[in-house]
Design a protein around this ligand. Structure first.
Ligand SMILES: Cc1cc2nc3c(=O)[nH]c(=O)nc-3n(C[C@H](O)[C@H](O)[C@H](O)COP(=O)(O)OP(=O)(O)OC[C@H]3O[C@@H](n4cnc5c(N)ncnc54)[C@H](O)[C@@H]3O)c2cc1C
Length: 488
């Protein structure tokens, strides 16, 4: 890192260097702009991009799919809640992200065994996830490579530098930011600021305000550096927001709150749709297989279920109920030919020492797990009666798909918690990545991309379009619009 010069006016200040931030910084640099990139973390361990699985996907369809296919998919999985202009840009630019990364010598390889032609940053398949941080993995290498190239080509990279406030000219144009470093607070002048700080999943207050009354009780399934600073700064200038109550996440074992062997994997999404999910009263409260038909794929279902649990009154109070047969399936996804979440849920839970209740009767199971026994027995009876005749969709809490009844002892109860990976809601942007004021106009000089921006995901069906791909697309778009505006 080199020191900044307080008299320099940069073309772009990038606030947060994950996937969106590094993409914006490098693309702006390629286009001849003078760029400063600040991150509140120390570099290696702060962005979700580094810790991610590295799947460069348009959620669960191929990133090279034709734009029309991608648009139809986005419409379906977000129940129409994604903003059309953003979906268009995303769909038209998804494929380009792979080419652009390749131009940066970051090659996204194909996983040939996947029918959905899944691209992935080059890496070893395991270990993966936050608890198993590993520099040899592709996502980490991708971020390191961006940082090295950025600095080599004259960019100013400032780790340990938290962007805390925006500077605004008398005519309302954003003109830089205040940065907090271990040496104190400084001001950096820049004609444009790209907010790319990753979302607000690590901010308990904002989770309670926007996602649900108890949403801070969820397990944070991400780094803890994404505290919604960009959102707060944009709101201060009157920014509009979109889809604030939705997030990307998965159901985790309750013991993940205290046992690092139980997060970010295994996820419980697969076993939930093998069985049922009940609350402490023993009652079902959510469709355990929200999606799974058409283009939406079963894999997204758990994201919808996790939203329902995390938005509700008791994110730590749901139990997966299985019988001997469904326990054996371990969350296997027939469509994708893999365990949902890459690891078999049940075995991994037991290996990691997670609590699993097991009994020969539902009443005994309920007693062990502290679930209301009358509620549980009544729920399973009603569920079995409907599942046996293929009418589970007609239950008071509908159940999609073709579930099997839970009849074969022993029965199992797995305590769970909703796990939040990152927020899908955020600052409203237009097709150029410019932050929108509530009055409908762009806030001059202010852009947002990646987890800071809303409008590209959400809805009750787990509407997720791929975190890394969305971040890369809008990182590129922000930089290109800034360059085009400067040239005009
Ligand atoms: C376990 C896990 C697995 C995942 N797997 C995948 C996957 O396989 N495929 C996929 O598409 N997505 C995946 N994701 C999601 C993906 O990582 C994110 O969608 C993506 O990283 C978003 O990029 P971003 O640039 O918006 O945010 P991030 O990558 O989180 O980067 C944000 C950066 O901003 C910095 N920051 C925060 N506040 C400030 C501030 N005030 N000032 C300066 N800097 C700040 C942070 O330190 C951080 O470095 C996964 C996430 C996790 C946690």
């Amino acid at each position: 890192m080199s020191d900044f010069d307080s008299t320099t006016i940069y073309d772009v200040l990038v606030a947060g260097t994950g996937m969106a931030g590094w993409t914006a910084a490098r693309r702006a640099q390629q286009l001849g702009l003078r760029v400063v990139a600040a991150d509140k973390g120390d570099g290696p361990g702060s962005s979700n991009a580094r810790m991610s699985g590295g799947f460069m996907n348009a959620a669960y369809v191929g990133i090279r799919e034709k734009p029309d296919v991608l648009k139809a998919y986005a419409e379906e999985v977000t129940s129409g809640l994604a903003r059309k202009e953003l979906v268009e840009v995303w769909a038209e630019n998804c494929s380009r992200t792979i080419d652009w990364l390749a131009g940066e010598d970051i090659i996204a390889g194909l996983l040939p065994e996947r029918r959905d032609r899944l691209y992935i940053l080059p890496f070893r398949l395991t270990p993966q996830g936050l608890a198993e941080y590993d520099r040899e993995r592709g996502p980490d290498k991708a971020m390191t490579s961006h940082a090295a190239r950025f600095v080599e080509q004259g960019g100013l990279y400032m780790p340990n530098s938290r962007v805390i406030d925006l500077l605004v000219d008398s005519d309302g144009r954003v003109s830089g930011a205040k940065i907090e470093t271990p040496d104190g607070i400084s001001e950096i002048r820049a004609r444009n600021v790209v907010l790319s700080d990753g979302g607000f999943q690590a901010n308990p207050e904002l989770l309670r305000k926007y996602v649900g009354p108890q949403a801070d009780k969820m397990k944070l399934r991400s780094m803890s550096s994404q505290t919604g600073d960009g959102l707060a700064m944009a709101l201060k200038l009157g920014a509009a927001v979109d889809n604030m109550n939705y997030f990307y996440g998965h159901m985790l074992h309750l013991d993940s709150l205290t046992n690092d062997g139980l997060w970010p994997y295994p996820i419980l999404d697969g076993i939930i749709s093998d069985g049922i999910l009940v609350n402490r009263q023993g009652r079902r409260f959510v469709n355990e297989q929200i999606t799974g038909e058409g283009m939406s794929r079963l894999a997204l279902s758990g994201v919808g279920v996790t939203n329902a649990v995390g938005q509700g009154d008791d994110p730590r109070g749901a139990f997966v109920i299985l019988d001997a047969e469904s326990w054996k399936r371990q969350g296997w996804d027939k469509d994708r030919g893999e365990f949902r979440g890459t690891k078999p849920a049940n075995d991994t839970i037991l290996e990691a020492g997670g609590t699993v209740y097991k009994a020969d009767s539902l009443v005994e199971l309920a007693r062990q797990a502290d679930i209301d026994p009358h509620g549980l027995v009544a729920t399973v009876e009603a569920f079995n009666a409907a599942a046996t005749v293929g009418k589970a969709a007609g239950l008071p809490v509908p159940r999609s798909g073709k579930p099997d009844p839970l009849t074969i002892a022993p029965f199992y109860a797995v305590p769970s918690v909703a796990g939040i990976t990152f927020t899908l809601g955020g600052v409203r942007i237009n097709r150029n990545g410019q932050v929108q004021h509530e009055n409908g106009h762009a806030i001059p000089g202010l852009y947002a991309a990646g987890g800071t921006a809303g409008g590209l995901g959400g809805g009750p069906r787990g509407g997720y379009l791929g975190g890394l791909a969305c971040a890369t697309v809008f990182g590129l778009i922000c930089a290109e619009h800034i360059a085009a505006t400067k040239a005009a």
